[in-house]
Design a protein around this ligand. Structure first.
Ligand code: SAM
Length: 247
């Protein structure tokens, strides 16, 4: 079963890279070389394995498709990225590691201060006990990072206005129709032409579908395990769907 799940993860990664290469008009081999760079980065992989061990089998909702996200950032060298939803900071860790390798770019991450959330009738904190928002980001990767606390719908408009332009926006905060749609709507005017809007969990409601229709862009979808087997000791975990629009 473990082997089957690992094969599925590799198969979905291959499909995702193919779709991304088409969307970004980049050679597939280039994207694969960045995924291999990540998989061969022993220090970083050891760190990520430790992070997953600390998180344990509890679901703290980390962004899926992290190898793909790393490859995108290495391939297009974005200067400004905004993400909403940090929690432990797995997505931030991968983004910042790629930015460090690029030796350029900046990540602005927005999250509420740690709080209790309800999810499918279970109540749990958004962080393992005693740890702070973004704890999973490696010390040396923190140099290109601003972590901002507040409600994304208050912070995003002001931040976008201040920055003027951004290359990538990533939604991974609260997955309600209203929060998702409004985050997309706030950042879209500031995305540069060719910039990317990336959203986790697009199957939760119609926000992403409706927004794609509004801005008349054809999305691509990445289907990926929440935890890639090389960091989880073979466990493939839940599958998530990430939507991407290119402006
Ligand atoms: C799914 S987790 C983020 C996981 C993270 N991207 C990762 O890969 O590890 C969702 C986070 O969104 C934050 N959040 C929820 N609603 C928010 C809002 N309106 N504004 C900012 N952050 C929000 C929560 O505090 C939680 O930490």
């Amino acid at each position: 079963m473990k082997l089957l799940k690992s094969r599925y993860a590799l198969f979905s990664l291959r499909q995702n890279i193919r779709s991304l290469a088409r969307l970004l008009t980049i050679d597939e081999k280039e994207l694969i070389s960045f995924v291999m760079e990540l998989f061969n980065d022993n220090d970083f992989n050891l760190h990520v394995r430790k992070v997953y061990k600390t998180i344990g089998r509890l679901d703290f909702g980390q962004l899926a498709a992290l190898p793909e996200l790393y490859a995108i950032i290495r391939a297009i060298s974005p200067q400004i990225i905004i993400e909403t939803g940090v929690a432990s900071g797995l997505s931030s860790a991968f983004i910042l590691h790629a930015l460090r390798r690029n030796d350029s770019g900046w990540l602005y991450s927005i999250d509420l201060p740690p709080y209790m959330i309800r999810y499918e009738d279970t109540e749990f904190v958004s962080l393992p006990k005693g740890l702070e928002v973004g704890w999973a980001v490696k010390g040396e990767d923190r140099k290109r990072w601003s972590l901002i606390f507040g409600n994304s719908l208050d912070v995003l408009p002001k931040l976008c206005k201040k920055l003027g332009k951004l290359d990538i926006f990533i939604h991974d905060s609260r997955h309600t129709y209203s929060v998702m749609f409004n985050e997309y709507k706030n950042c879209w005017p500031y995305l540069r032409s060719g910039g990317l809007l990336i959203s986790d969990d697009v199957t939760r409601n119609d926000a992403f579908k409706d927004f794609s229709i509004l801005v008349q862009r054809k999305p691509i979808f990445l289907v990926a395990p929440r935890i890639f087997p090389i960091w989880s000791g073979g466990i493939c975990d839940k599958i998530a769907v990430i939507g991407i629009l290119r402006k």
